[in-house]
Design a protein around this ligand. Structure first.
Ligand code: PMP
Length: 377
């Protein structure tokens, strides 16, 4: 239950293992078309958007989407932690001007601060991270978009830890582009960078790069959407075979139901953590559907002991809290019994590490919540 690559399923992984599937083969072209369409659906996009699947990772998607930012324009960056901060070196490397609003770990940048800054600032672009993986904080995508639309021309969202497990609804919210990666909330193996961008914004591209440039990827993606070969650079064939299976699952279950499932697990895990006597870093109203950060002075020891007990969690990475917290990933294909096992392992590992915990109380609380929420209570 790491925060990425996230918990996948053997079914999804096996879908990517195939005998010599070429990048122009019908099997691959079907999977690519289906995945591009699934990406649009999952982001809540309509025909006014173009989906992109590139070889790469979340950072590749971050860097590539910045080709939507015109040179000379100004950007307001909202950051709740390490991955929000990652935009700073990326924008700087391409010579973009930006101002940064940041929050302390566990918190989110406030709406009043955002409005005040945008009102006075002359910003054309706003960048935000929906779920900040370093702290488990979810930013209010709806609230931020509403304010940002009044002042800025472009809203760019990092959905790496949220797409497929949180509601993005980009067409309704007027979001210009969202990025993600195959291995996080979606639960496919690593290797594909995902972007959905407004066609209107794609008419004005900053051509600072060859690979990291959406313009060069537009015709290839249009061709893939027609079921034709769109080669520009070799796509991660196996990853896309897996990814298309994830999108098939999302369509079968329904996006809303998948998001509700992640919410259920969040409530069970986070309340379970608190019932056991530990503290969740994020404020309750900011709890994300995919990452739970847990405070403890014994955090690294708990992660080590949990690994020995059979479950892998992630250590904390926020520089202000190193060694003081760890993270539970509940992305991808995590289910009720993974959540219960996780709490059971954490209770034991925390007790062994000298943390004051009530053995069994976390599991009990989570079991009750999961039971109640699956029986309509
Ligand atoms: N954004 C967020 C919110 C992330 O969680 C991550 C990865 N942890 C990234 C961007 C970067 O993605 P990658 O590691 O795939 O380059």
């Amino acid at each position: 239950m790491h925060v990425g690559p996230s918990f996948s399923s053997y079914r999804i992984q096996l879908a990517g293992v195939s005998e010599n599937t070429g990048f122009a083969s019908p099997d691959f072209l079907d999977a690519m078309k289906y995945s591009l369409e699934g990406l649009l659906y999952t982001a809540g996009a309509d025909d006014s958007y173009l989906p992109f699947i590139l070889p790469g990772s979340g950072t590749v998607a971050m860097e590539t989407v910045t080709s939507l930012i015109p040179s000379g324009s100004r950007t307001l960056l909202l950051t709740n932690g390490v991955f929000g901060d990652r935009w700073i070196p990326i924008l700087t490397a391409h010579g973009f001007q930006m101002d940064v609003l940041s929050a302390d770990p566990g918190n989110s940048v406030s709406m009043d601060d955002i409005e005040e800054k945008l009102e006075g600032g002359g910003y054309q672009n706003l960048i935000m991270t929906h779920v900040e993986t370093s702290t488990g904080v979810r930013m209010d995508i709806e609230g931020v978009s509403k304010i940002a639309k009044k002042y800025a021309d472009r809203i760019i969202v990092d959905g790496v830890a949220s797409l497929g497990a949180e509601k993005e609804d980009i067409a309704r919210l007027g979001i210009t582009a969202i990025i993600s990666a195959s291995q996080k909330a979606l639960g496919a193996p690593p290797g594909a960078a995902l972007i959905v961008a407004s066609r209107a914004a794609l008419e004005d591209i900053n051509e600072f790069s060859y690979f990291f440039n959406l313009k060069n990827w537009m015709t290839p993606m249009e061709r893939y959407l027609e079921g034709k070969n769109g080669y520009l650079s070799t796509e991660p064939v196996g990853v896309i075979l897996s990814l298309s299976r994830v999108f098939s699952d999302i369509r079968t279950i329904g996006l809303e139901a998948r998001i509700d499932e992640h919410r259920r697990l969040t409530l069970a895990l986070n309340e379970g953590i608190e019932a056991a006597g530990l503290r969740v870093l994020a404020k309750r109203e900011l709890w994300s559907n995919t990452v739970t950060a847990v405070l403890s002075d014994h955090a690294d020891e708990i992660v080590g002991r949990s690994m020995a007990l059979g479950i892998e969690f992630a250590t904390g990475v926020h520089p202000k809290l190193l060694g003081k917290y760890f993270r539970i990933g509940h992305m991808g294909y995590v289910n009720d019994f993974d959540a219960l096992s996780a709490l059971s392992v954490i209770e034991r590992a925390a007790a062994q590490s000298g943390e004051k915990v009530s053995i069994g109380e976390g599991v009990k609380r989570a079991q009750q919540i999961l039971y109640d929420l699956s029986h309509g209570k």
